[in-house]
Design a binder for this molecule. Structure first.
Ligand SMILES: [Zn+2]
Length: 336
């Protein structure tokens, strides 16, 4: 049986898997820590032999507003799209994702500037079209098939790219919203949850990394991280993986524990002059610790900064009730 091109796309929805809600999200917990092959230049701020914890410095020019940017994603269902002959089917992932920005400034306290959400159907099937459901339209995203990895990995990476691009749009919109309102032009600071990666062209932006999946520093420098007191940081270093950036480790205020408790990595763009990177590092020491969350309120404390945790809750609400969305996909599949 062949399907005429004008017909509605047929698809099937897999049984609901409770893991959809959790597995794709960053749990905030450190996973297996592996040695890294990253290129490191540790002599950016001080010579390597002088590496020692850096105490918070004298007040620098502080930004008039700190804007936190974050995104969330959720797999709604795995779907199968049969080919015209009905003999094989391509895998698809129906997902919801949202990005937003919250401003912390003297004029308005913490207030949400922008929040956007999207629904998408990610698949390697080239003929897949948008799917309309009562929970909203799932826009078709065609992803190139990669022989080297499983479709689940390929589709998850595609979803992550879309989320990053939505975060970029959000960051730009947030910048426009604060300028002249909460902050004078070019005096705000962006703090992006996660690595800067494709966002490193944004001026006055920091990446904020809560989980440590690899050891980047050689042992003698890595030991300095364990000696950091709350509010102290390592000297700035240059770090190259698939992309380059300046980075430093900072310990947020927390209860004593393992050597890495409360430690976050902060990054900024590698194309800045080194002195500017050091200035941003010093600024992060003054600005970020007051936003650290506390254990009795947040199991991901202290790394899950309070404004980011609040923003994530709002973004999740925007994704809607997971069971309702899943049911809407089932109804749309039954009608296809
Ligand atoms: Zn503001």
């Amino acid at each position: 049986m062949t399907t005429p091109p004008s017909a509605r796309m047929r698809f099937h929805v897999d049984g609901w898997d409770p893991a959809y809600g959790s597995t794709m999200e960053d749990s905030g917990e450190a996973t297996t820590v592996a040695e890294s092959t990253a290129r490191i230049d540790a002599a950016v701020e001080v010579p390597v032999e002088n590496w020692t914890p850096v105490a918070p410095g004298a007040p620098a020019q502080e930004p008039s507003a700190v804007v936190f940017v974050d995104g969330v994603r959720r797999i709604e269902a795995r779907v199968w799209i049969p080919d015209d002959a009905g003999t094989t089917a391509s895998m698809g992932v129906a997902a919801s994702y949202a990005a937003g920005a919250v401003c912390c400034c003297s004029s308005g306290g913490a207030h949400v500037l922008v929040a956007e959400h999207r629904r998408g159907l990610f698949t390697t099937d080239a003929h897949t079209t948008d799917v309309t459901t009562r929970a909203g339209d799932f826009r078709a995203h065609h992803v190139a098939h990669d022989e080297a990895e499983s479709p689940a990995v390929t589709l998850s990476a595609a979803l992550q790219r879309e989320l990053l691009s939505l975060e970029l749009i959000t960051a730009a919109a947030a910048r426009a919203a604060v300028t002249g309102h909460c902050a004078e032009a070019d005096t705000d600071l962006l703090v992006i949850d996660g690595p800067l990666r494709s966002r490193d062209h944004l001026p006055r932006a920091l990446g904020f990394i809560k989980t440590h999946r690899a050891i980047y520093l050689p042992p003698e420098l890595n030991a300095v991280v364990g000696r950091l007191e709350a509010g102290e940081r390592t000297p700035v270093f240059l770090m190259g993986t698939s992309w380059d950036r300046y980075a430093w480790y900072l310990r947020l205020p927390c209860r004593p524990g393992s050597p890495w408790v409360g430690v976050v990595r902060v990054e900024c763009a590698a194309n800045l002059p080194a002195a500017q990177a050091v200035e941003l590092a010093s600024l992060s020491q003054r600005l970020l610790p007051p936003y650290a969350s506390v254990e009795y309120k947040d199991p991901r404390a202290p790394q899950n900064l309070v404004p980011i945790a609040g923003l994530e809750r709002q973004l999740r609400r925007r994704l809607g009730d997971q069971k309702v969305v899943y049911r809407a996909l089932q109804v749309a599949a039954a009608a296809s």
